[in-house]
Structure formats: C-alpha cells, structure tokens
Design a protein around this ligand. Structure first.
Ligand code: FAD
Ligand code: DLZ
Ligand code: SF4
Length: 508
C-alpha cells in the first residue's frame, strides 16, 4: 500500500524539495504529470513547454535512480485528465494513499486548487513551505509590516547580512552595498560576446519536441533550435560557462542592448533557477568564489548577486504579500488592447521588432529589453496591464506568475501606483538610443519629437506625462519632467497629442 502520495510540479524539479524530504522512497510514491491545462491556461511559448516537459522527464529519471517510485503521466497518456486536480484525484483513487504531501506552489491559482483537495479527495494533506527561497513569505511579511515604502535596496541589505554573501564581517565587501554607479555602460558591437551554454538534444528531448509540434503548433514561438539544458548537470554546466565567459562583464553591460546580440553578458539561467534545476544560494556562492579568486570584479559579482538575493526574493515576497488583488491593479486605468505586433513582431519600430523577434526565436529577452522596450512602450501607449502580464507569462522560458507578475504589473507598468518602484520606468527614444544601436537601423528619427518620421516613443512619452499629470505630478523626479512639458509652446503640445494619437490609432 502507498503511504503518501507526493505531487511534484513542473517548477519543483529539486531532489531536496521539502515534499521529498518529508517522504520516504521505500513507502511513498511520487506523481508528476504533463498537463494540457498548465500548458494552455496561457498559451506558453513552444520552447518553454518543451523545456519544462523534457526537464520533468529527466527529473523523474533522476528520482528513480534515487530509489523513488515515480508515476509519470505523459501528455499523450490516454488516461491523462489534463489538470492537477484530475490527476491527483485519479492517483488517490488508484493508490489509496494515507496522505498527500505537497510543497506550496509558486502561483496563487494553483494554491487555490491545492486548498480544496483535503475536502474533495478526503485525504489528509500536508502542505510544506518552499524553502528553496532565501526569504520565507512570513519573513517577508514581517519585513514589510509598517513600512510605508517597500524598497528593494533595504531588503537586499538584510539578505546580504542573512546569507553572509560578499560581507566583510558586518560590513559590505568593498565598502559599498551597491556598485551600480560603475555599471550600465552602453555596449559596442565590436565587443566579443560570449554565447550561452547550448546542449545537443538527447532521445528524451527529441520525443518531447515531436510532441510539442503535434500538440502545440499553434502556440507562439519557434521550437527549433532548442539548445536549453534539461538536467541539473546541464544547468550547472550552463552556470559554470556563464561564470567563466560572461560574468566579468555582467555589471558593465547589464543595461546595454544590441541588434543581433540577444544575450550580451547575461547569464540566461532564470529558466533553470525557476524550475528548480539550479539553487539560488549555490549560484551566488559560485559567483562569490569567482570574485574571491580574483577572476571577477566586485561590480559584476555584487550586481549579479543583488539580482538573485535582492530582486528575485523581493519580487516573490511582493507577489505573496499582495495577491490575489495584485493581478488586477490598474493605477492609470489603461485599457488599450495589446497590439498584435507583440505576437507577430511586425512593426517598423526597430527596437520593438528586435526584442520581439528574439523573444519568438529564443523565448528570451534580457531585463532592459523587457523593461525599457516592450514594457515601456506598452505603458506609454496605455496597454491594459493584465493583457500585457499574460503576454510576458506566455513568451519567456523563465516566466512563472510569482516572478513575472510583480515585474510586469509593478516594475514595468507602475500599475500598483508605486508600491514596487519609486517612479514609472517611462522613457523616450533618447534612452533607447543611448543604451542600444537599434535607432541606427530604424525608419524613425529618434531626435524628432513629432511628425510622421519622429520616433513614436517621443510623443508617447510626453503625452503619457500630460495624460497622467494628476497622478504623477507629486513625484519629484517625474514632476520635473511635467514642468518641462509645460514650458513647450501650445503648438508643440498640440503636435505631441496628434502624434501620440496617430501612433495609438496605428497599433489599435
Ligand atoms: P540576468 O540578467 O543574467 O540576471 C541574473 C538572474 O537574476 C536572473 O537569472 C534572475 O534569476 C535574477 N533576476 C534579475 N532580475 C530580476 C528581477 N527583476 N526579478 C526576478 N529575478 C531577477 N524574471 C524571471 O525569472 N521570470 C519572469 O517571468 C520575468 N518576467 C519579467 C517581466 C518583466 C516585464 C520584467 C521587466 C522583468 C522580468 N523578469 C523575469 C526579470 C528579468 O528580466 C529576468 O530574470 C532576466 O531577464 C532573466 O535572464 P537572465 O537569466 O539572463 O538574467
Ligand atoms: C508551466 C508549466 C507547464 C507549461 N506545464 C506543466 C505541466 O505539464 N505539469 C506541471 O506539473 N507543471 C507545469 N508547469 C508549471 C506549473 O504551471 C507550475 O507548477 C505553476 O505555474 C506553479 O508555479
Ligand atoms: Fe525604437 Fe524610436 Fe529608436 Fe526606432 S527610433 S529604434 S522606435 S527608440
């Protein structure tokens, strides 16, 4: 008889997961299932589905070698009901376990499903916390309590003290908590750009790719070339490759964007971290070791570690603190439907075309492309935040709601009115021109503010400030820009409104 049934989700591919630690391979059995509902509740990128399914199949094999009995339900199993609730109900009926062990999921929607099972299945449920994160949800709530503003920088310092990463006694290594002043240089196309780690397909991946062609051909994105690692071993090789080839320049060029260089000096490991193939602390210790050996400068090591123990943990804390209402906030009352070109890439704006084309090709865009190109444009144009959230959740291989939603709704759209960011990340074409080479090949002129040939970001930017002056005028940094707008002539302000309206009409 099965003692406990342990459900493992597609983003819980960690042998030391709390649910597995609580079980016993001799008496308990593991359930994993490829599910139509999970692959289709938003229409995930084909590469993302292939990555998750192949990583799940490899992880099931890894568990079997560790002695576990794993019931693995493939997508094309004729008995597969297609949902977590259906598959758990089927397994409970078949195995009659005395208990169900779960590690809390990364998404509110799935947590709601979990909550109903004890009653509907009449089986005791043990729900364990997901301790793959450095800061528990309870610890984050305690930190957030009574703070008027939840600023990442202060949270990050707590995480540095807690982990001891880059600490010199109780002081930050190098005398500063944050070395960003030395980062954020524009990149030149003549720099040598390393390529992310790439793996050939094995037979398991080959089968999954065929399944994705058969079942998800109408989803967004290119399936091939598929070069992601799909095992822990492969993900660790990808991390080592990043540390050796790209990390030394990570800080310098973190915000740069270049046509035909989708990865620059980024790690391209979020998809491994988020499904459990890499452990965040293990990643940070490896980066710190490279710094201590002298192969990586402090601005790169600190900048990188901040992304993981700072931003990643902070974003997760915000998600669980503010859900479920957070998914529907809309501070600016934006209602424009998501423009079609977000799915097709067919636009004459070179920056958006490049960011969307590489998203389609690789299921990847780096942070500044997400924030300052696709996100910035959507906010300036007035796109409905929830529609944009569903786009980001679908198109990136690393996208899970707990991390994608606050980044989109809070950071990129300011739809929470400033809980997460101190000001909207709104920028005209000048920012994109400074940080990229996109404008050189664009049919628009980044220096013109209005008219048929002017960069559309420019009029949209000033029009956005004018439209939302009541909500933004009190913000010291944005208020200053609104005062600049007020100094424009009446004709100039009318031309801005006309140009912005023309862009919105064109993309609607
Ligand atoms: P690098 O640039 O090399 O950074 C290293 C690591 O730091 C990343 O792998 C990631 O784990 C972490 N990190 C960096 N920034 C953030 C951040 N803001 N939030 C959380 N972790 C961070 N990240 C996701 O993991 N999943 C998402 O669904 C996601 N959606 C986003 C949506 C928008 C609108 C924006 C602006 C950002 C989003 N991010 C998301 C954050 C960030 O863009 C990605 O983590 C990063 O681009 C992944 O690529 P990388 O591994 O090369 O990261
Ligand atoms: C994202 C995803 C996809 C595409 N498919 C599956 C699946 O078939 N089976 C599964 O267990 N998990 C999948 N996932 C991940 C889940 O959606 C994920 O566990 C939730 O988003 C909670 O974070
Ligand atoms: Fe983008 Fe404007 Fe530059 Fe064209 S000119 S690439 S639209 S920022």
């Amino acid at each position: 008889m099965t003692r406990n049934l342990i459900l493992i989700l597609g983003d819980q591919l960690t042998p030391t997961l709390s649910a597995l630690r609580a079980g016993d391979p001799l008496h308990d059995r593991v359930l994993m299932a490829e599910l139509t509902e999970e692959a289709s509740y938003v229409r995930h990128h084909k590469k993302k589905i292939a990555f998750i399914f192949s990583a799940m199949r490899h992880f099931a094999d890894e568990l079997r070698t560790l002695g576990w009995t794993v019931d693995y339900v493939a997508l094309d199993d004729p008995h597969n009901t297609g949902s977590f609730s259906g598959e758990v109900a089927r397994a409970v009926a078949e195995n009659r376990p005395t208990g169900l062990i779960l590690t809390e999921p990364g998404e509110w929607r799935v947590a709601e499903m979990f909550r109903g099972w004890e009653q509907s299945l009449d089986v005791p449920v043990t729900m364990l916390s997901d301790d793959r994160f450095i800061c528990s949800t309870a610890e984050f709530s305690a930190w957030a309590q009574d703070r008027k503003q939840l600023r990442m920088e202060y949270f990050y310092r707590e995480m540095r003290r807690k982990t001891g990463l880059l600490m010199d006694g109780d002081q930050p290594e190098g005398g500063k908590w944050n070395f960003d002043a030395e980062n954020r240089k524009p990149a030149s196309a003549s720099l040598f750009m390393p390529r992310p780690y790439a793996e050939p397909h094995d037979a398991v991946t080959q089968k999954v790719l065929a399944l994705v062609v058969e079942r998800f051909d109408n989803h967004f994105g290119d399936l091939e070339p598929f070069t992601y690692a799909v095992t822990r071993h492969g993900a660790e090789a990808a991390l080592a490759h990043f540390i050796a080839t790209a990390l030394p320049h990570f800080g310098d060029y973190q915000d740069a964007m270049l046509e035909r260089e989708p990865f620059l000096y980024h790690a391209v490991i979020a998809q491994y971290l988020n499904c459990g193939l890499l452990d965040p602390l293990q990643v940070c210790h490896a980066v710190e070791a490279a710094f201590r050996e002298g192969s990586v400068p402090i601005n790169a090591a600190e900048g990188f570690i901040r992304q993981i123990i700072g931003w990643r943990e902070y974003i997760r804390g915000i998600y669980w603190l503010k859900m479920p209402d957070y998914a529907d906030v809309n501070f600016f009352n934006h209602t424009l439907p998501l423009p079609d070109f977000y799915w097709t890439g067919e636009t004459d704006m070179a920056c958006l075309r490049a960011a969307i084309a590489q998203t389609k090709q690789y299921a990847y865009a780096h942070h500044i492309q997400r924030l300052m190109v696709t996100g910035n444009f959507a906010m300036l144009a007035g796109v409905e935040p929830h529609a944009l959230h569903e786009w980001y959740l679908s198109v990136y291989a690393d996208a899970y709601e707990w991390v994608e939603l606050p980044n989109t709704i809070g950071m990129s759209q300011f739809a929470d009115g400033g809980l997460l960011a101190s000001k909207p990340y709104a920028a005209s074409g000048a920012y994109i021109n400074r940080m990229s080479n996109y404008c050189v090949g664009c049919r628009y002129d980044v220096k013109q503010r209005t008219g048929a040939n002017a960069c559309p970001f420019n009029a949209l930017y000033w029009d956005f400030l004018a439209r939302h002056r009541d909500k933004l005028g009190g913000n010291p940094r944005i208020g200053q820009m609104i005062r600049t707008y007020d100094k424009f002539s009446d004709d100039e302000r009318a031309a801005i409104a006309t140009s912005a309206a023309a862009t919105i009409a064109r993309i609607s």
